[in-house]
Design a protein around this ligand. Sequence first.
Ligand code: GLC
Length: 751
Amino acid sequence: MIKRTLLGSLLLAAALGAAAQQPIYQDPTQPLEKRVDDALSRMTTAEKIAVIHAQSKFCSAGVPRLGIPELWMTDGPHGIRPEVLWDEWDQAGWSNDSCTAFPALTCLAATWNPDMSTLYGRSIGEEARYRGKDVLLGPGVNIYRTPLGGRNFEYMGEDPYLSSRMVVPYIQGVQQNGVAACVKHFALNNQEAYRNQYNAQLDDRALYEIYLPAFHAAVTEGHAWAIMPAYNLYERQHLAENKRLLNDILRGEWKFDGVAISDWGAVHNTPRTVTQGVDMEFGTATDGLRAGAKNAYDSYYLAQPYLKLIQEGVFSTKELDEKVRRVLRLGFRTAMNYAKPMGSMNSPEHSAAARRIGDEGIVLLKNDGNLLPLNLENHPNILVVGENAIKMMTVGGGSSSLKARYEISPLEGLKQRIGTQGQVSYVRGYVGDVGGSYNGVHSGQDLSDSRTPEQLQAEAVEAATKADYVIFVGGLNKADHQDCEGTDRLSLALPYGQDKLISALAKANHHLVVVNISGNAVAMPWVKEVPAIMQGWYLGSETGHALADVLTGDVNPSGHLPFTFPQSLNDVGAHRLGEYPGRATELERMKQPGHQGDTLDVRYNEGIFVGYRFADKERITPLFPFGHGLSYTTFVFSRPTVSQSTMTADGSLTVRLTVTNTGQRTGEEVVQLYISDKKSALPRPIKELKGFRKVRLDPGKSQEVSFTIDRTALSYFDDQAHQWVAEPGDFEALVGASAADIRGKVKFALQ
Ligand code: GLC
């Protein structure tokens, strides 16, 4: 007994001794900032320089001498990108890097359910963690200014409040895995056209009320550990070196303690990046890269050129130490966070999550005569038409392109679900993008078809006359100019002659359902001819299962639009009042030799009047309004009441109403709260979204819904005083099921 005790105390002494020698930065029980200070104090200037820029396509160096690990980045917002080669965009060809493809973020926003954001963030964070990644390069929350925006499918729609509420849980979900979310692209990436050259010009009201709130929420509520400035310019400074947005607002006003990671190739200058730019430089293409020289990464703007300026005494290490602090803090939160969960990959839970988010995000836009859900008993013969019913969509779109472990197509999903209950047949209908590889990911599909559009249409119309239902699956497809990074759409119209085909199908069979797969609004000239229309989004691995769930009624649709579907581009502020993609005369000039690289000013003349804010102001009736979404049941709202008729300056007020399911089946409704300022010193939108709640109700059941608001819900940004102002006076609370379906109003005053 004594011997054992003696041995035990010897071991304990040794352990304590070792602990005593363990450096603070390696001691996980030490406070984060102490570990940062300790690690920084041990690093040489060369080591500090090494950690603030890339050493490969997607990783930055650690400090081998101190055991400080490298940091690994990965795209993207919808799933974990397949490995590329050390120095190239080409696929590394690994066999262990297929992933679960989750729905695009427009679909997540369309759920109007923050619990789905938590589920999404946690699931994608688990996959990033399992793949050994420290930073997920997402989510994106740029505001949907124009339906032509090439990356809108990666973002959360037109409204700053909806985007703010939906991005916070996603970030928290990702980061609980010990993986940093890197919210992007900060800020004003509202078009892909001239994305490296355009200079967004807008007033501070639009900046603070429309374009910053989602980033503000991501940083101050989501506590994002990283952020990615955009390629474009603001106040004629690239966002990667933008004093106002990075130093004054992000680090100053918002107290951001994370890392600003450049977009790939977005850094253009050393001194300005040192004093007012990003903390880590990625993706800069240098001569070395092209020539394959070994010192390619050393010639990055934040590498040898920066070290040289320090050695010449142009800079002290003050800015360098601040950048390194942030990088070390990121490292302790991620790569050196030894308490983080283990993650998981391609699990049934992740498939279920992707399907659930798809189920909740699909939007039923129109359902005349309750054509949907499909009545398989009496009408078992289903014809599916359209390339998007079979085309792989988890590829394409740019950096968010994925190598999904599997993808259930709409056709496959319907066949699996309907099985022997009916017959599902398919005709192509139209030929769109037959390309088979994207960013090096090969779809493996050969969609080539030599028939003419007339032959394809004739076949489809013929088949349609014999079917009980025709389900057309079309839309866009993440090819160039069809919802793809680096290119905007060239028109609001559907491509590949789909409009003509849809009209022909509508004549051939009035039981026509159109499923539009896209991340943007599209024109629908045939909208009156088609009884049922569904917005399908890019739904990822579980596409076919989610669409079949909703079409057959296994799931009652509950998605609501996160952006307006305009009748035409002239109904959009950016196109009617604003400039998009820029001023014609300046675009002309840029075509001249020697002007290709010019900066292009884009004036956001529409200001705060974006989306439904513009439709309300101009009394425009959209094709489908912001917040719109039907169900297979119906809901009634009671008149809303307020807890008191006057809100005190520092008080709050509660808006209450009762929602009742007056239909025959369980469903979910999204109750939306808009606030209207009846009189204001500065122009304001007629109403603005300031609350929403998704409620699930069985038939005949009711539930009280309440929103407690305070002055922040009444405020606008006074850009002269540079502060948020809630003016005393009359307000109105409006509750509705969309921006154009207001079910009740109640007045109140701010003292
Ligand atoms: C791309 C995108 C950015 C992405 C990065 C790395 O150009 O703009 O969203 O995370 O480069 O692929």
